[in-house]
Write a protein that binds this ligand. Structure first.
Ligand code: HEC
Ligand code: HEC
Ligand code: HEC
Ligand code: HEC
Ligand code: HEC
Length: 406
């Protein structure tokens, strides 16, 4: 009897120990500490038993097996980060400075320029390739270098030839996983955390202007109520892991983030805008501008009075960067845009909200076009400018009858 008990205790001990070992094996490996180093480590040569397709880092190759992610990503701005507005500025900068821009726009070692000649060739090639990414592209004929796919699949998922990704939603298993392709992958919850987006969407505090870096998205998120509710960047920008990355350029995304309510109080009208589902300032960067306008009209439709407000963070260079104004809406904030003292003859008031997503860049393009640019650069910048104009949109429009009580 005694002996049996002893044996059972021994077994339990072994089970317990192996339990500890299991837990140890399942400790989340996280991302390698040099994951976001710049430039990244080279992806190197793939193991010889991999197929050509598995070794290919271009998004069209990943698309052959990861259709859903590719189809969403190709319509996102990440896929278009190697843009005309970016490369059009490069000839005047030279390849060393241009590589500094690629830190966020195309950061893999394989995406960088070796010299000015390779940069110039790439800028010419980009002029001819405007059509975007196609899952059915002939991978053998297509010779577009990896940098043209900007914030490509491999930028977020591949280092040193190894795939990294989030844990499977069904098993939740972390660490090295076996799969039928590319030698498996390493699963880590780092992909599910807001910090994952920081290396390109958050500047260090040392680069602050009036206390706030130009890119301050992660810090804004941290001081909002969203971390407490478990809502990460991915939760809003990659719902159900979809690679959409929709933002200020997408009217429906912006409408989803805001609540707009038009009312009348005595002799004023009031549009109240609430930031209800935006995990950072609206908008988070200095680049967009949001214009709110109102006009009061008489019975014949003649405009009697107009109002205008701007939601923007504006900075200017004047012996160093200065903040001119910051009228953005913080997460959860409500603000009333009030049309005061409605004229006695007014019978209607109309409010509308316009979004200019690339306001800051339009200014840059206009001043660049005044300079002498080389022909390829000028073509790129003109294209970027046309596209920026097309990106403007009407977010909201509402007309309300004014009651006689005013
Ligand atoms: C020949 C088919 C094939 C190709 C090509 C391929 N993969 Fe995969 N990949 C798989 C399979 C199979 C799995 C395991 C099943 C799954 O999770 O989808 C996988 C898993 C992954 C995962 C882990 C998914 C998770 O659950 O976390 C990532 C990330 C990934 N691949 C990225 C890529 C990237 C990036 C490329 C292109 C550079 C690529 N793959 C090319 C077949 C492929
Ligand atoms: C390697 C750098 C990099 C990483 C990592 C990265 N981004 Fe981006 N992101 C960019 C760049 C560059 C752009 C702008 C692309 C362009 O328009 O040229 C961008 C654009 C966006 C936009 C579109 C903004 C708009 O104006 O509409 C969203 C949304 C976004 N990123 C969200 C995310 C989220 C969420 C993550 C983390 C899961 C993330 N990004 C990780 C570099 C990055
Ligand atoms: C820290 C990351 C980062 C670096 C470094 C960076 N960018 Fe960007 N860039 C972004 C993000 C994020 C956006 C998207 C902003 C938005 O949509 O509001 C963007 C947007 C742009 C755009 C407008 C969208 C487009 O692609 O046409 C241009 C032009 C641009 N950047 C040029 C540059 C240039 C030139 C440099 C180098 C001097 C540079 N960027 C360096 C992150 C970066
Ligand atoms: C800006 C970074 C970024 C880019 C670019 C990107 N991914 Fe992802 N990917 C992520 C993140 C973050 C997750 C995890 C999201 C989550 O857990 O909410 C993810 C998840 C995945 C998964 C697992 C999906 C699942 O349902 O479990 C696969 C597979 C994948 N990505 C493949 C790709 C492919 C293929 C591309 C290019 C077409 C790509 N990714 C581009 C950041 C990125
Ligand atoms: C609660 C949902 C939510 C969360 C959390 C969230 N966002 Fe957004 N984000 C939005 C909405 C809605 C927009 C469109 C309105 C806007 O531009 O502010 C947006 C816009 C953006 C843009 C467009 C550029 C701009 O000037 O606004 C970028 C880039 C971005 N988000 C990145 C991030 C990153 C990085 C995180 C995490 C640190 C994050 N977002 C967290 C909802 C969210």
């Amino acid at each position: 009897m005694k002996r049996v008990v002893k044996r059972q205790t021994g077994m339990a001990l072994i089970l317990m120990l192996s339990g500890i070992m299991l837990v140890a094996a399942m400790l989340d490996p996280g991302l390698p500490t040099n994951y976001w180093d710049y430039p990244s480590a080279s992806q190197g040569v793939s193991p010889h038993d991999w197929s050509k397709l598995e070794a290919d880092l271009r998004p069209e190759a990943c698309a052959q097996c990861h259709v859903e992610q590719f189809d969403a990503w190709k319509n996102s701005l990440h896929a278009h980060a190697y843009s005309p507005g970016l490369v059009g500025q490069f000839p005047a900068m030279g390849h060393i400075n241009a590589n500094e821009c690629l830190v966020c726009h195309a950061p893999l070692k394989e995406q960088l320029y070796d010299n000015d000649e390779s940069m110039d060739a790439s800028i010419l090639l980009r002029l001819k390739h405007q059509e975007g990414f196609d899952r059915d592209a002939n991978l053998d004929a297509e010779k577009l270098p990896l940098r043209h796919s900007g914030v490509s699949c491999a930028v977020c998922h591949v280092r040193g030839g190894e795939r990294f990704g989030p844990p499977s939603t069904t098993s939740g298993a972390i660490g090295k996983q076996q799969t039928s392709a590319h030698g498996g992958f390493t699963a880590t919850t780092a992909f599910e955390q807001s910090q994952f987006c920081a290396s390109c969407h958050q500047f260090p505090q040392s680069m602050a202007i009036n206390g706030k870096p130009l890119e301050n998205t992660l810090t804004e998120w941290k001081s909002s109520s969203f971390p407490g509710k478990g809502v990460t960047c991915q939760g809003c920008h990659m719902p159900d892991r979809k690679h959409e990355f929709r933002g200020i350029h997408d009217p429906d995304m912006v409408r989803k983030g805001l609540d707009l309510k038009l009312t009348q109080q005595k002799n004023s009208a009031n549009l109240t805008i609430t930031s209800k589902w935006i995990g950072h300032a609206f908008p988070t960067y200095v680049t967009p501008k949001v214009v709110i306008a109102a006009e009061a009209k008489d019975a014949k439709g003649v405009v009697l009075k107009q109002w205008q407000w701007e939601v923007v963070r504006e900075v200017e260079y004047n012996n160093g960067w200065q903040e001119v104004r910051d009228t953005r809406l913080m997460p959860g904030e409500s603000r009333a845009f009030i049309a005061q003292s409605l004229p006695a003859k007014a019978v209607k008031i109309r409010y509308w909200v316009r979004v200019i997503p690339d306001n800051f860049y339009k200014g840059i393009y206009h001043s660049l076009l005044e300079d002498k640019l080389n022909p390829a650069a000028a073509t790129h910048i003109r294209r970027a400018n046309r596209q920026a104009d097309k990106n403007d949109y009407l977010l909201y429009e509402q007309e309300m009858a004014i009651s006689a009580m005013h």
